[in-house]
Write a protein that binds this ligand. Sequence first.
Ligand code: TRP
Length: 457
Amino acid sequence: MLPSKLGTTGTVAVKLAGIQNPSGSPSRMTRVLTGITTSGTPHLGNYVGAVRPAIAASHAPGVESFYFLADLHSLVKVQDAARVQRSTLEIAATWLAAGLQPDKVWFYRQSDIPEISELNWFLTCVAGKGVLNRAHAYKASVDRNRADGEDDDSGISAGLFMYPVLMSADILLFNANKVPVGRDQVQHIEMARDFAQRFNHLFGGEYFVLPEAAIEDNVATLPGLDGRKMSKSYDNTIPLFAPHAEMKKLIASIVTDSRAPGEAKQVEGSHVFQLYQAFASAEETAQMQVAFAEGIGWGDAKQKLFERIDAEVAPMRDHYEALMAKPAEIEAILRDGAQRLRTKYATPFMAELRHAVGLRDLSSAPAAEAEAASKAALPVFKQYRDTDNRFYFKLLDGEGKLLVQSNGFDSPKDAGQLIGVLKRSERADAMETPGINVLVPVDEVLAALLQLRNAEA
Ligand code: TRP
């Protein structure tokens, strides 16, 4: 592909940019990419909201799926090394236990692809600071500081500020078309589009495909123990692979209203019901709805919820535990995925991008040559001395066609002076000078002179 051509055919490589990933090509599969920040233990909300739908989607025809552990992102929030390592292992084991097939999809760890960090810098240099100032996550931190009477940027790392750029690098390096995300991440995808467009524009090629957010509206957002969205930041989660006793205890602690057994209960607004629905078939859900109307006790409802979750989780749990017992196997799977992905996409594409921005092999296709090539497209005045020893000039267009031929002059200075006059000419009557012969329609000459002036401006 392209990299072999780089270095010897500078301008050609630039023109070919993007052909590696022609978004419009019918033969190219749609690339769907998702990152999972490695900052905690996977919980039921992650499973229902991200893992399960993503694995289902990876079976769709015509899709090339990319799943990665966003461990570089985790450093923005977590400065506990052991926790980053444990979370990376747990999340990788979760995805594998849930049925992700590492030979069918790309499954890798962000920090194993150094090209992501390199692209992060390229994008940092095109990203508008003003755009980043408007990022919701950063603004929310500033607002909190203001509310607390602190300095605006108190406690905010540059990593938090730059988070959207790193995320753009994740997405753009693989020219992902679709990025399934929650609503809170949509702004990040818009920024990725913005940075991609700026880069394409600045470096004159369709290097990056513009990604689109795929908002998962029909995917359930699970309530946590307290009824707010299940999230590690609210500390209200049920770990996906919690041991039985712990899972039971946590489910028992889900907030409910105080209706007694025998009293009819509402399914609307019931967290127990919502959780049940996320795991049950339509039929089971309908049955539970009847049970609610008939006054099932909360203890019984929670027992049924526990059993339903366990029925789905139990087979995965065995797999999960087997994987957790062999971390070296997970390590090998991740490294293998990253290695193949680098060879196939990251390394060649990064070589193309390095070339695009001017990080080039100095011995190949020197910049001057490329410049000469671009100037060749412009009209040119050529001065020369002929066999009669007199001084002449001619005007050629970009393709080398002769537009104007001068008569002979006694000195190169005389010839040069007339060239100067012609260069400034904007009107047809200026072409009536005795020293020259116009060989094409005058308009063509005027157009060529205008082109020259524009290029020299
Ligand atoms: N920011 C995402 C989150 O917090 C994780 C993430 C990092 C990501 N890089 C990404 C998601 C690229 C999609 C694409 O959920």
